[in-house]
Design a protein around this ligand. Structure first.
Ligand SMILES: Nc1nc2c(ncn2[C@@H]2O[C@H](COP(=O)(O)OP(=O)(O)OP(=O)(O)O)[C@@H](O)[C@H]2O)c(=O)[nH]1
Ligand SMILES: [Mg+2]
Length: 208
């Protein structure tokens, strides 16, 4: 459920970037931060990081404009992808309004992608949320490695592995170069704002 701050006329929506270790979640946020104007973004905060590895989470807040007099802010979080940080992932998922699942296009990560998606479904289910109903977008990252020496999974294979049941919007991306990063963010923001507006309308009706 979004957080509504009536004293500031602000609605805060939480979007979590989820996926296996090293798939590029932090890089997505870094690119968004580097390309967004000062008026729109807050600080990017990385809590507990060792080299490239997120050990707790990254956080970036963006302003999306107004709906019915309320400022809409999206708060972007990343989880630590490494398998043994599951307790932290559960904490970061608390109060989530939407998820970007970042898949790693490297062939060696194929199994890790699937395991991470299953882990997401399980951690959402523990919170009473179905992966089939929450706003969700899938991003196939590291596509810039296509055509290099690295072995890359074809999009069709990733789509079959990760999206054949869910059938959610999906995007090819290179978080490193920035390709597809804003397309992914725009789509998840759209889905989340739509969902949040619907929930607020239901609340409105209950109050009246
Ligand atoms: N070639 C290429 N490398 C990428 C891309 N995105 C991320 N990387 C690299 O992959 C490594 C891991 O990226 P991160 O963004 O730290 O990965 P993460 O998903 O946050 O990883 P954890 O915090 O461990 O869960 C870094 O060295 C990035 O530079 C991409 O689109 N293309
Ligand atoms: Mg990270």
């Amino acid at each position: 459920m979004p957080f509504i701050n009536f004293s500031k006329d602000e609605i805060q929506c939480k979007i979590v970037y989820y996926g296996p270790g090293f798939c590029g979640k932090t890089t997505n946020l870094q690119y968004i931060f580097s390309q967004t104007s000062e008026e729109i973004k807050g600080k990017m905060v990385s809590i507990d990081t060792k080299g490239d590895r997120t050990l707790f989470f990254d956080f970036l807040s963006l302003s999306l404009g107004k709906i019915r007099g309320f400022d809409i802010r999206v708060q972007l979080y990343t989880v630590p992808g490494q398998v043994h940080y599951d307790a932290t992932r559960k904490l970061v998922l608390k109060g989530v309004d939407g998820v970007v699942f970042v898949g790693d296009s490297l062939k060696v990560q194929r199994k890790k992608n699937i395991e991470s998606l299953i882990n997401l479904a399980k951690n959402l289910a523990e919170k009473g949320i179905s992966i089939r109903s929450i706003p969700l977008v899938i991003q196939y990252n590291k596509r810039d490695l296509d055509g290099t020496d690295s072995e890359i999974l074809p999009i069709e294979v990733m789509e079959k592995d990760l999206n054949s049941m869910l059938k959610v919007p999906s995007f090819s991306a290179s978080a490193l170069k920035g390709d597809g990063v804003f397309e992914t963010l725009r789509e998840i923001s759209k889905l989340v704002v739509k969902d949040v507006s619907r929930k607020i309308m239901v609340l409105d009706k209950q109050v009246r």
